[in-house]
Design a protein around this ligand. Structure first.
Ligand SMILES: *Cc1c(COP(=O)(O)O)cnc(C)c1O
Length: 356
């Protein structure tokens, strides 16, 4: 094996939660992966340790200038007891794209995938069994060098933590209500919108709070210049079914290139649907709605896979989509992707990677 990470097992294993009623992101497993970086040694000392708080210098760059990135993927156990990941190579590639944007040193993509496999192997008994559950994997990198001043740090930690999760939304596949944000913006071209970094989320909280106060669960972001073209949703990409066309916004530099988004486009093509990555404006959406052509809307992301949208509010106008019910394409995409991930459907796209 090219990578061999020493393992220190916990002396105090925690009680595993019941699969039933599992929420998202509240419980962490017994172990974590840590690897260090210095300019002298590069990435080194990858290891697995008992899950525990870490100690950092208060001057660590991440606390002051936000040099941080993260990823998200899931591990599943099939009925035959095989543990598998979904397209982890895509997360490894995206890590390096994000790192490049944030001046974090690049990482060997094979190392990334091997580290994920190693920690999942140690905590595989934490993979929950219930319908809609999985083991969520959160790799992240923080700048740890103690230094006050703005420049790229010379020291980092790469860590992976795991969390057994249930459905991302408490109501599972029930449609959510979405607020079209026309004041605040998430990202602009030239910014960090296509990088997966914590800073993007910190900057989105204000708008999310306002939407929550108005009774909306999520935000549909518009472009930062015209407040006109649809970008994406809180932590997910946006899909629309207009007539017989499945549409998602083209990757324009300010949209996060979701792996679920990529998978849905590939599946739609495979099934012979008309699928477009293109500019789509909120006006086009309203027109389609009024003409009865806006058949479905759904969000796509690792956490929920697919989450139907039942209502949109834009400038006080309410649009109720597909009777506030999940549409056929959203349902088919969810069933197919979750089926492949859990081994219930044969992996005809070659997307799963076993954790030997
Ligand atoms: C992670 C993320 C997505 C979804 O990406 P997946 O790879 O499908 O999980 C979409 N938008 C934002 C802003 C994200 O952070």
């Amino acid at each position: 094996m090219k990578y061999d990470f020493p393992v220190t097992l916990t002396k105090n294993p925690k009680q595993k939660p019941e699969s039933k009623g599992l929420r998202f992101g509240t419980v962490m497993t017994d172990h974590m992966f840590i690897m260090d970086y210095t300019d002298e040694k590069g990435w080194h000392n990858g290891r697995i340790e008992p899950y525990a708080p870490i100690s950092l210098d208060p001057a660590a760059v991440v606390f002051h200038y936000g040099q941080e990135m993260f990823e998200g993927l899931k591990a599943y156990e099939t009925a035959e007891g095989r543990v598998q990941l979904f397209r982890p190579d895509m997360n490894a590639k995206r890590t390096n794209n994000t790192n490049d944007r944030l001046c974090i040193p690049p990482m060997d993509e094979e190392l990334f995938v091997e580290a994920v496999k190693a920690i999942v192997r140690v905590d595989k008994d934490w993979i929950p069994k219930g319908e809609g559950t999985a083991l969520y994997i959160r790799p992240f990198i923080i700048a740890t060098e103690p230094f006050l001043g703005v420049r790229r740090a010379t020291e980092y930690k790469f860590m992976i933590i795991l969390s057994p999760v249930g459905p991302y939304f408490v109501n599972g596949l029930a449609p959510t209500k979405m607020y079209v944000e026309d004041e605040y913006v998430r990202a602009v071209k030239g910014g960090t919108g296509e990088a997966k970094c914590g800073g993007n989320y910190a900057a989105s909280l204000k708008a999310q709070e306002i939407a929550h106060e108005k009774g909306y669960e999520q935000i549909l972001w518009l472009d930062g210049i015209h407040r006109k073209y649809i970008e994406e949703i809180g932590a997910a990409n946006a899909f629309f079914v207009i007539g017989d066309e499945v549409v998602t916004s083209e990757l324009n530099g300010s949209i996060l290139p979701g792996i679920t988004r990529n998978s849905i486009i590939a599946l739609c093509k495979h099934k012979g649907y008309k699928v477009s990555e293109r500019k789509i404006s909120i006006d086009e959406l309203e027109e389609a709605y009024r003409a009865g052509q806006l058949k479905e809307m759904f969000a796509s992301g690792t956490a929920a896979i697919v989450s139907p949208v039942g209502e949109l509010l834009y400038k006080g106008e309410k649009m109720v989509i597909n009777n506030n019910e999940i549409g056929p394409i959203a349902q088919e995409m969810y069933d197919t992707i979750y089926g492949i991930q859990t081994g219930k459907i044969e992996d005809f796209m070659g997307w799963t990677v076993p954790v030997e």
